[in-house]
Design a protein. Sequence first.
Length: 122
Amino acid sequence: MTKQNTTGEHMTKLSAPSHLRPSTKKWWLSVQSEFALEEHHSKILTLAGEALDRCEQAREALAKHGTTYQDRFNSPKSRPEVAIERDSRIAFARLLRELALDGVDAPDAPRPARTADYAGRR
């Protein structure tokens, strides 16, 4: 479906990906309406929405089951959802940074490479 913008050009009406949660769809649509995103940016936005949904799914599972479980030796182990939540949160933050929606462009210089002594800093 298309509609015309103020200059008379036809615009395509966007719809959020159907697999996103309703709250994430609302966020996705608000970002699409506020920013002029190119196609590859829309794909990054979709990946960010998926990461946000995955983080929320993991958080819900952790609220229900707790952060640990007992393994077969009766030792406490971290639930897989802990890592899923952490990884999804990091992915969401990085994807948002990549989109630069806050008006701050990416740094001019790339981040410095890890040095040989990096592993010894722990």
